[in-house]
Design a protein around this ligand. Structure first.
Ligand code: FES
Ligand SMILES: [Fe+2]
Length: 393
């Protein structure tokens, strides 16, 4: 189930039109009411403090979600070319992600089968056909096979074919590489075909990683996730940055198992705008926000898409891998300027505003306040998501 080779890279595409989206995405967009007609319904829902601060809940999530199911480790677009490798740390494990010459994505533990040394120590993408251990120079192919042992005549009985790299079963889903951290058979029961199709239509699969950055946050992964599931904070927390571009409504949400898709009209949205010009950049009119199982966040912007993987490292520690995905590299100085400015802005907004909000919330939660968090009608997706997640615990 590795679809990478089947996806033509949309080199010609610079923006996303309505017709580029899946039927399901188009149908959802057509359900968004005009800004003036949007109705919000109040909601009464709470969650206990312990889901963000308790060891018991953290352990249950680890056992029933992160160690049981395939979980996201990186974007396939990080390795656009066959014959390349990148080291990433995911969920505390040193991993190697390779794209073989045959164009297959593979995930390995980044550890030599001689004495465990890391084969790749930095986090840059390397275009190379093999990996040489820095310690005693054992050499591996990108398919994980041990292909060379220095002074092999000195080993009695070391079988090359028994000391290949430890591979984790993996699959590319909508451009996101999912791996089975426990090394067992791949469990993709929570990955939904609609998400695969939607992400591919958004250009995440086959897109270009313009920038990526890692954030180490002192907050529970769900506290980091919440602002990407609700619009309540947007006009408030982001008042000085992007808040003015958004209104509290209108939006349409759809749930696919433990996956949520929300699409919202931008300020002044009217359904008739969709049909004014078939070539219009649809993300000038609407914004998509996804939470995909269990910890992938996708937010669209006019000229790029943000993808984040929120990896729990502790009850109140989360490492976020942020990727800015564009249809391709900038081909003009003007495009480069737009990408560069966008990257600076989105990092400022996500890191300086959303992640900051998560960290200051966690401080209060760790002090036991509030005893339960409370959610309103503009945050219904948080509750929808928690309800879906809780069925797995
Ligand atoms: S630890 Fe890798 S060759 Fe010795
Ligand atoms: Fe936000």
């Amino acid at each position: 189930m590795n679809f990478v080779a089947d996806i033509a890279r949309p080199a010609e595409r610079r923006v996303t039109r309505l017709s580029d989206l899946t039927d399901s995405q188009q149908e959802a967009i057509r359900r968004i009411p005009a800004e003036k007609d949007a109705v919000n319904v109040p909601l009464a829902a709470t969650r206990p403090n312990a889901i963000f601060t308790g060891r018991e809940r953290f352990d249950a999530e680890q056992a029933n979600i992160f160690q049981k199911h395939a979980v996201p480790v990186a974007l396939a677009a990080v390795l656009p070319e066959p014959g390349s490798v990148v080291a990433i740390e995911a969920y505390g494990k040193p991993l190697l992600v390779t794209r073989t010459r045959a164009d297959n994505i593979k995930v390995f533990i980044n550890a030599c089968q001689h004495k465990g040394a890391k084969l790749v120590e930095d986090c840059a993408v390397h275009k190379q056909g093999r990996m040489v251990c820095p310690y005693h120079a054992w050499t591996y192919g990108l398919d994980g096979k041990l292909i060379g042992v220095a002074r092999s005549d000195m080993f009695e009985g070391v079988m090359k074919d028994q000391r290949g790299l430890k591979e984790l079963p993996s699959v590319v889903w909508g451009g996101v590489i999912y791996a089975q951290l426990n090394g067992g058979p791949l469990d993709v029961s929570q990955l939904h075909d609609q998400i695969d199709a939607d992400f591919t239509a958004l250009g995440i699969h086959g897109g270009y990683v313009y920038g990526r950055k890692t954030f180490d946050l002192a907050a529970n992964w769900k506290v980091v996730l919440e602002p990407f599931l609700e619009g309540y904070h947007v006009q408030r927390l982001h008042a000085a940055s992007i808040g003015a571009l958004f209104v509290d409504a209108p939006s349409v949400s759809d749930t696919f198992g433990v996956n949520i898709r929300q699409v919202s009209g931008r300020i002044g949205y009217e359904p008739a705008m969709l049909d004014e010009d078939a070539d219009t950049n649809v993300h000038k009119l609407v914004t998509h926000a996804y939470t995909a199982f269990p910890n992938v966040v996708v937010v669209t912007s006019q000229y790029y898409t943000s993808v984040m993987i929120l990896m729990p490292y502790g009850v109140d520690r989360t490492i976020v891998h942020y990727y800015m995905v564009t249809p391709g590299p900038a081909t003009t100085p003007k495009a480069e300027e737009v990408f560069e400015r966008s990257y600076d802005l989105i990092i400022k907004v996500f890191a300086g505003e959303d992640f900051r909000a998560a960290q200051i919330s966690q401080e209060g939660l760790n002090a036991g306040v509030p005893e339960s968090t409370v959610y309103c009608g503009l945050e219904e997706n948080v509750i929808r998501y928690y309800e879906a997640l809780e069925t797995l615990l």
